[in-house]
Design a binder for this molecule. Sequence first.
Ligand SMILES: NC(=O)c1ccc[n+]([C@@H]2O[C@H](COP(=O)([O-])OP(=O)(O)OC[C@H]3O[C@@H](n4cnc5c(N)ncnc54)[C@H](OP(=O)(O)O)[C@@H]3O)[C@@H](O)[C@H]2O)c1
Length: 358
Amino acid sequence: MAPMPKTMFGVVIPRPGGPDVLEYKTGLPVPSLGEGQILVRNEYVGVNYIDTYFRTGLYKPPSPSSNSNHPSTNGSNDTPSPYPLITGKEAAGTITASSHPSYPVGSRVVYLADNTYAQYTLLTFPLTQATILPASLTPETACAAYLQGLTALTFIREAAGITQQLGISEGPWTLVHAAAGGTGSMLVQILAVMGAKIIATAGGKQKCELAKKLGAGWVVDSSLPQEEVIRQVKEITNNKGVDVIFDGVGKATFGTVDLDVVARKGTIIVFGNASGAVEPVDLFRLMPKNIKIMRPSMPGYITTPEEKETFTSELFDLLVTGKIHANIHQIYPLKNVAQAHIDLESRKTTGKLLLKVE
Ligand SMILES: NC(=O)c1ccc[n+]([C@@H]2O[C@H](COP(=O)([O-])OP(=O)(O)OC[C@H]3O[C@@H](n4cnc5c(N)ncnc54)[C@H](OP(=O)(O)O)[C@@H]3O)[C@@H](O)[C@H]2O)c1
């Protein structure tokens, strides 16, 4: 085995803030390998909306003491502050050091973990969220599809309870907001495979066209006034309303569109804050239509090796058989991560943003 380098490059966030706080740095310490761990040389890093929440401070970053990749834990600085922080939740690359027999050096893996905006990431065990790639999947495709594909699949199967793979028109009425985005485009494609009747909302003509190509039966331009969006969704469902709503937009859509267009006995799955976090809800608002509200997180559905195996194999199978595709918007050099955040937050992107680590 080649000797391990002592330093690496990566992107550090010294304090919460806008995209300008993302600092590309060299000379960062390479985390050292402990019992049952693997060290991955990242090739591609996925950019996810959650990365912006950790950057701005909307979500509290993991504490340095629980995090062996943290830039401050390899030195003597034992500060309780989570900053400086290396963020990022997803990557694919090659194992360069391992003390786990099931994950040999040289294997290509895709994984979910903290601190992926870096040349190397240390994965700690139990490794419920790292998977050795089959030869049929490239690290690029796997990284583009993993976090958002698993999110879509677990939310469809577990949160919405949609299990059927019927012909189109037999499944429930579903509504996917931001349907041309990374997670939205995975939701639309997988719901289409399962025969759901899909109404997609997306901002502008081009995004609506993409959502249709991905498998939505109906599209509504979310840049129209909300009363018009509501009117169109009701008309499409013949005033029945939507059985299951997948909402990663949050604040701008939950209290207005979702509660209005959801069907009697329907389910609203709010899973993100692209427009801001949803305010606390008065439970009496659920009563008129006997509706259910969920606020799931994907990692909460993948906590055991069995869950990881079930959902990862189903996702890989969908990809390898060509039933769904990873739609890559752009691959940015790791150094240009700030531009990736700017593009994502300004609603300019469709599909997945990747960072190349070279
Ligand atoms: N709970 C979980 O486990 C989990 C896992 C993965 C993702 N998520 C959530 O899913 C959502 C989508 O994430 P993603 O990474 O796939 O991003 P994305 O959908 O590719 O990008 C966000 C999209 O949200 C829409 N949007 C609506 N209002 C917005 C606003 N005010 N500012 C910015 N964007 C706005 C835009 O689409 P339009 O222009 O078409 O409106 C934008 O393209 C996020 O809320 C994320 O937190 C949650």
